[in-house]
Design a protein around this ligand. Structure first.
Ligand SMILES: [Zn+2]
Length: 250
């Protein structure tokens, strides 16, 4: 019995290691997804600024054109003013010129506002873009590290899996089957657990075991499973004792 338990414990050690690595393999891609999302956000930030910058430049040109057009209008009205003979007509034209000039004034204010925004956008390109690009670079590097880590873990897991195959071949199929059956049910964590002899409890679920069962486990008479959680129980105190002496039934 002792030998079987030892083999199963070896197998379990490998299985727990594989389980741990698999859990990492699941978590790591999620970390990478988060990084990629951050990277995308930063790239979008730059794009937004570039779009805004182009929009402002366009608005500046538009505004300049409008002002030039109005200035032409003022010139045209000014020259027409010379040939006006009636007082009323003259006053009306003066008023018209004044209105156009007011419009020019407003548009010039708008232009100044646009140019102010362009200055700010330029400042962004000078300061923030570099920083953001640096951040993106660092995120890409981190993502690369994560890829490497994942590959490393995968490789390690595959190594353990081949070790597992070697161990499985040394254990009697009957015990392997039993172990696998329980493992499927337990899902996470150990399947073979120690009996806590001072309190007669299973260390998998911490429930008390029957005295006869405890005696048989301590005596290595047969393999018992916990009647509450179904895990295989063993007596850890004498696990590594030499099994060659006569009274041992393993
Ligand atoms: Zn139990």
């Amino acid at each position: 019995m002792r030998e079987h338990i030892r083999s199963l414990l070896k197998l379990q050690e490998v299985d727990l290691r594989i389980e741990e690595l698999k859990a990492k393999e699941e978590v790591i891609p999620k970390q990478k997804e988060r990084l990629l999302l951050q990277e995308k956000k930063l790239e979008q930030e730059i794009e937004e600024h570039e779009k805004n910058y182009k929009r402002l430049q366009l608005a500046q040109r538009e505004k300049e054109k409008e002002i030039a057009y109005l200035q032409e209008q003022v010139k045209r009205l000014d020259s027409q003013l010379m040939s006006v003979k009636k007082n009323e007509e003259y006053r009306a034209m003066l008023k018209e010129i004044e209105d156009v000039k007011k419009q020019i004034g407003l548009k010039e204010e708008e232009l100044i506002n646009i140019m102010y925004q362009i200055d700010e956008a330029n400042l962004f390109f000078l300061e923030s873009k570099k920083r953001i690009e640096q951040e993106i670079k660092s995120l890409k590097e981190q993502a690369g590290e994560i890829d490497k880590e994942l590959e490393e873990i995968k490789r390690e897991r595959e190594e353990w899996e081949s070790k597992r195959n070697t161990i499985v071949n040394t254990v009697e199929p009957e015990f392997i089957e039993r172990y696998e059956r329980i493992r499927k049910r337990v899902k996470v964590g150990p399947v073979v657990v120690a009996l806590e002899p001072s309190k007669d409890i299973c260390t998998g679920c911490y429930m008390k075991q029957l005295p006869q069962v405890v005696n048989e486990i301590i005596g290595w008479e047969k393999i018992h499973t916990c009647r509450h959680c179904g895990r295989i129980l063993y007596y850890s105190e004498t696990l590594n004792e030499d099994t060659s002496f006569a009274l041992d039934k393993s």
